[in-house]
Design a protein around this ligand. Structure first.
Ligand SMILES: C[S@@+](CC[C@H](N)C(=O)[O-])C[C@H]1O[C@@H](n2cnc3c(N)ncnc32)[C@H](O)[C@@H]1O
Length: 456
């Protein structure tokens, strides 16, 4: 043991000792190093976290080796066996996982409040929108709609309590299925965020991996906006991310983000059972973190112009619109299918306030408009920016092309964040338009997605 320690202390890498030590000793060191490196790395991270600022920067792994070799029983180490391989899950991450992922948390049940006036507005708008609904060939207008048939009936029916229940308790139905993870899986299906992780790793609990994914996403957000330095992987594995070794909790990262942006991020959880990271600002879930980045990007385009007008096609729950408000975007229009419109109204009414939302068929000047797809012809305005995230390529070719023609007519700046797994891509929409200038780069917040800024 003494010899090994001495060799390690002198060389760091067994390979470097080859010339001056007998083969047997070198093999011994190499084997010891292979067994030890991971354990020592984990111990070093633990130590850095415990030292709480006293030991800033990269901790000394040699110190751990020294302690371990002199008295292995007394050095607390997690063993390699307790850390099963991440398998293909690592492809989702943008950096080496730093320390243990926190536990996931869920938002609590909120007390019932009388929102019957707003529920009536949502159901009335839904009836109007549904009366003019023309299904396209996309799954959104067929299979997804039949999965949500009970919600559709509740919104069309004359039982106001039932309509209030489906609008206020989305985790009990499949209402948000396909665009948000606060949803009950239909029979035989697995929630998509859970499914993604399970497909990539069969050994570790999906909750642990999901939390790791969210922490990675939060770090990407911090790096994207410049609140933290980029992680640099071309170094000793133990030193990857060492710069932040003692400031890695979700709250610490969010504090850095606030400081850089000069805002106070909050994660409103108006619905029970939303899953995500437990922060002092609410549960930060997958879609919420994505939305913060998207809203920040929209804010960059606006350059603080108070009259900046945005239209978003296919907006899910409307989370990007919610955070865009925080970044100073006050004129925001969403266009989507009628059932998702109802979800958006429910979320934005509870977060931004019902008086700030204008629903289909309402006469008002409220600045956040929610418009059904079939009413697109009624929009005759110009927008400073049209946004589409994770949806144009899921629509039928004709629908995607119709939106592209609309964008060409009604704006000169289009921000797209989409994957390219489907037959249609956003690139194929503009590839033959010679006057369109397309900037393409990987999306910071989710691997496999491309961010495109299209101008003409
Ligand atoms: C996968 S979700 C993405 C939602 C959101 N952009 C996000 O990234 O979280 C797809 C969105 O496209 C919407 N959508 C489907 N068909 C549409 C259509 N014909 N017009 C507008 N939106 C549509 C869905 O309702 C849903 O909001």
């Amino acid at each position: 043991m003494r010899l090994i320690y001495q060799l390690v202390q002198e060389g760091h890498h067994a390979q470097r000792l080859d010339a001056s030590y007998p083969t047997g000793a070198v093999d011994l060191v190499r084997e010891a190093m292979q067994r030890m490196t991971r354990k020592v790395v984990i111990s070093a991270h633990d130590h850095a976290a415990r030292s709480n600022g006293r030991n800033k920067g990269s901790p000394s792994h040699m110190q751990f080796l020294k302690r371990w070799f002199s008295n292995p029983e007394n050095v607390p180490v997690q063993t390699v066996e307790e850390e099963p391989s991440l398998e293909y899950f690592t492809w989702l991450l943008s950096r080496m996982p730093l320390g243990d992922a926190p536990n996931l948390a869920q938002s609590p049940h909120v007390g019932a409040k009388d929102d019957s006036g707003f529920v009536d507005r949502i159901t009335a708008a839904y009836r109007r929108a549904y009366a003019a609904f023309v299904p396209t060939s996309s799954a959104w207008d067929h299979s997804l709609l039949s999965i949500k048939a009970d919600v559709h009936r509740a919104l069309l029916g004359d039982n106001a309590d039932e309509a209030a229940r489906v609008l206020g308790r989305p985790s009990e139905t499949s209402f948000f299925w396909g665009f948000d993870d606060i949803a009950k899986a239909p029979p035989g299906e697995v929630e998509p965020h859970e499914l993604v992780v399970r497909r990539l790793n069969g050994a570790i609990s999906w909750q642990k991996l999901h939390a790791m994914w969210l922490m990675d996403m939060l770090n990407s957000l911090a790096e994207a906006i410049g609140a933290r330095r980029m992680t640099y992987p071309e170094m000793q594995p133990a030193d990857v991310g060492a710069y932040y070794a003692n400031a890695r909790s979700a709250d610490q990262i969010l504090d850095d983000i606030d400081e850089t942006l000069g805002i106070k991020l909050q994660f409103p959880n108006p619905f029970p059972n939303e899953t995500g990271l437990n922060t002092k600002r609410g549960i930060a879930g997958f879609r919420a973190l994505q939305a913060v980045y998207q809203a920040w990007r929209i804010g960059q385009f606006s350059r603080s112009r108070a009259d900046f007008k945005v239209l978003e096609i296919g907006a899910g729950l409307g989370r990007t619109a919610y955070f865009a408000d925080l970044f100073g975007i006050k004129d925001y229009t969403i266009i989507d299918i009628p059932l998702t419109n109802a979800a958006q109204a429910s979320f934005l009414g509870r977060t931004l306030g019902a008086s700030r939302i204008r629903l289909h068929g309402e006469e008002s000047v409220a600045p956040v408009r929610i418009v059904p797809a079939t009413a697109i012809d009624q929009i005759d305005e110009r927008y400073d920016l049209i946004v589409n995230v994770d949806s144009l390529t899921e629509m039928s070719q004709e629908t995607a092309e119709a939106y592209w023609r609309f964008a060409r007519k009604n704006t000169n700046t289009f921000l797209s964040i989409n994957h390219e797994i489907n037959q249609n891509t956003v690139r194929s929409l503009y590839a033959n338009d010679p006057d369109v200038r397309g900037l393409r780069y990987p999306y910071w917040m989710r691997r496999g997605y491309v961010e495109e800024v299209l101008t003409w």
